[in-house]
Design a binder for this molecule. Structure first.
Ligand code: SF4
Length: 450
């Protein structure tokens, strides 16, 4: 967080807030005209000798990769970090076909060996200590224990280098898809995405539809905000442009190039003019880093691979609001996420809209009737001070000097069904012996008597 704050300081960069506004405008334009830019992208990828595969869901994408690998006699795949492939559980499915799939980002490689899911969308193994990494390497690579991070990196480098050289197929994600040139842009710090996309003879880039941006010149804005928001770097170490297979006369590049474009629920978001801004996300992770809830509960307590505030708004929209309906409510609405988001997604507002959608959906299912009744009674009483005072006096009289679990000691017929569940974990503070109003009156009387 400190590094981000330093990198966006006016002494470091001119008008960072202006760049955020610009990034938001470009994304809005791209998403509002998604059909146009996706077609343009497809034409340009094809013109460069690549193939575009449209996939409605995870299954279609997995089937495409599995069939391609089988048809081309692929025994090993090297992969760079990609949340889209995590989203569709690509590795697990491809491994079942007997093909060796190797994650080549250091954090992802550690997680693959440990059989864990990413904890953070930018730093997937953020939760692991170097001692835990040492355990994972020793157990899985059958090597002497090494606890120094630099040496652990060298170990991974040695193992992965051999995998790069023997893989027939490389899979990457895509940070941006440029419609007017058909180029796929990869942004990374380790160089493994560049190797995954250049060493194997077949290359597949897998991306969500929303990654498209209109023009190559728009990239300047996104590259300036992405690195700073993600890791506090002015620019990530490697920015690679993939533009189809090797052409005649070129000495390197893959023989075949495929761009897999995945919908998997994304177009559902387009129907809502306001909530569709959730598709602007460039996966920088800044909202996670600044979210008090994410920082407390960590990435593994979210129901899907996308965690933190962005996960809380896209998971219910991709999967339907009735699946994990608690998610948009698990927020304090402090607004820190919206303040740092480089593409200015109004996450708190989308959360509120989702809460409203969830409540409406639940109401249609007939749920929440006890809660509504309780709030009606509460509202009725709160609008009638005399009634409230009578109730408070009665509670104090019935439970004089009560302590601890007083409410849960009431006979169960006096409690509404949801209250019973609530009381199994907690209780209300016992009623005060004297109400604030009666203490106040007494005080005023005493003052008047002086
Ligand atoms: S919602 Fe914004 S801050 Fe969060 S990951 Fe996406 S771009 Fe970054």
């Amino acid at each position: 967080m400190d590094k981000r704050a330093h990198s966006i300081d006016p002494a470091e960069i001119d008008d960072f807030q202006g760049l955020r506004t610009q990034a938001n405008a470009i994304k809005k334009h791209a998403i509002d005209n998604l059909d146009y830019y996706l077609e343009q992208l497809e034409q340009n990828v094809i013109a460069r000798g690549g193939k575009v595969i449209w996939c409605r869901d995870a299954n279609e994408a997995i089937q495409f990769v599995a069939t391609l690998a089988k048809d081309k006699g692929v025994k090993r795949i090297v992969k760079s970090k990609s949340m889209t492939t995590e989203e569709i559980d690509l590795n697990e499915h491809i491994e079942h076909t007997g093909i060796d799939v190797v994650e080549t980002d250091l954090g992802e490689y550690i997680l693959q060996l440990a059989h864990e899911k990413p904890y953070h969308i930018v730093a997937p193994a953020l939760h692991m200590t170097r001692y835990e990494v040492a355990d994972v390497f020793t157990k899985n690579l059958h090597i002497a224990r090494e606890e120094e991070p630099e040496k652990q990196t060298q170990i991974a480098r040695r193992v992965l280098r051999e995998k790069f050289l023997t893989a027939e197929l490389g899979i990457t994600g895509a940070n941006f898809l440029i419609a007017d040139s058909g180029a796929i842009v990869l942004v990374e710090n380790e160089g493994n995405a560049r190797l995954s996309s250049s060493a194997p003879r077949i290359q597949v880039a897998i991306a969500g539809l929303e990654k498209v941006i209109p023009r190559a010149q728009d990239l300047a804005t996104f590259l300036k905000v992405l690195g700073r928001s993600a890791t506090g770097q002015p620019l990530t170490v490697y920015t690679s442009f993939l533009s189809g297979p090797r052409r005649q006369g070129e000495i390197d590049g893959p023989e075949e190039f495929y761009l897999v474009l995945i919908d998997n629920g994304r177009t559902r978001l387009l129907a809502d003019e306001h909530k569709r801004q959730s598709l602007y996300c460039i996966r920088c992770g800044a909202c996670l880093n600044h979210c008090p809830v994410y920082r407390k509960i960590g990435g593994h307590n979210y129901p899907w691979v996308y965690s933190g505030p962005i996960g809380a708004i896209i998971s219910p929209q991709f999967h339907g609001v009735t699946k994990d309906p608690w998610l948009p409510f698990a927020s304090s609405l402090c607004g820190a996420c919206a303040e740092v988001c480089p593409v200015k997604i109004d996450i708190p507002k989308v959360l509120l809209e989702l809460r409203s959608d969830i409540t409406t959906a639940k109401r249609k299912e007939g749920a929440g009737k006890w809660e509504r009744l309780a709030f009606r009674v509460f509202s009725y009483v709160m609008q009638r001070p005399k009634l409230y005072e009578m109730g408070a006096a009665m509670a104090s009289a019935v439970f004089p000097g009560s302590q601890g679990k007083w409410l849960s000691s009431l006979p169960s017929f006096m409690l509404l069904p949801p209250t019973k569940n609530w009381l199994s974990k907690r209780d209300l503070p016992p009623p005060a012996e004297r109400s604030f109003r009666s203490l106040w009156r007494e005080r005023e009387r005493a003052k008047g008597g002086k």
